[in-house]
Design a protein around this ligand. Structure first.
Ligand SMILES: CC(C)(COP(=O)(O)OP(=O)(O)OC[C@H]1O[C@@H](n2cnc3c(N)ncnc32)[C@H](O)[C@@H]1OP(=O)(O)O)[C@@H](O)C(=O)NCCC(=O)NCCS
Length: 137
């Protein structure tokens, strides 16, 4: 298995992958335009786990020059509990460290127990003092 930045030619497959593998509740739908925009702005942010020519995992390690945000951590349902999620988180953290980031954060639904286990074992803790305030644009 290979962990590396996604290729432009893989973006359509990644959107399909997220339909079956990612957490899709309570969030804006993914779009090709949004993914193209991310890729254009920061092509190394989208990290994939690839087995042969199959995408088996993903994470977005978003760095805006100030903070380190993790999005779209997902592993193919048939490949879970094999350490791929952990490896993706570590790859994202490596990128953040190289860029000078000092703290990573992830948005995690309160009822997503699978994700709680994966983030917790990676050393992440819920920050009880904060809530996320949002406004659709
Ligand atoms: C969350 C997710 C990415 C974890 O990926 P994964 O490849 O299965 O995770 P790993 O195999 O690296 O697991 C690492 C550790 O996390 C913990 N963990 C992972 N899944 C867990 C679960 N369902 N329940 C409890 N602990 C879990 C375990 O401690 C595990 O180590 P172990 O298998 O040696 O016990 C995967 O379940 C997934 O894609 N879920 C759907 C999308 C999603 O919810 N993404 C997160 C959005 S915030």
């Amino acid at each position: 298995m290979d962990l590396r930045p996604a290729l432009a030619a893989e973006l359509a497959d990644i959107l399909d992958f997220w339909q079956v593998a990612a957490e899709n509740d309570n969030r804006p739908a993914d779009s090709r335009a949004a993914l193209d925009s991310l890729y254009e702005r920061d092509p190394d942010a989208l990290i994939v786990a690839v087995d042969g020519d199959e995408i088996v995992g993903s994470v977005i390690a978003g760095w805006d020059g100030w903070r380190c945000h993790l999005y779209r951590l997902a592993v193919a349902p048939a490949r879970r509990r094999q350490g791929i999620g952990r490896a993706l988180i570590e790859a994202a953290e490596e990128r953040f460290r190289a860029l000078g980031g000092t703290r990573a954060d992830a948005m995690v639904l309160d009822d997503n127990a699978d994700a709680h286990g994966a983030w917790a074992v990676g050393g992440y803790r819920r920050q009880a003092e904060w809530s996320r305030w949002i406004k659709p644009l």
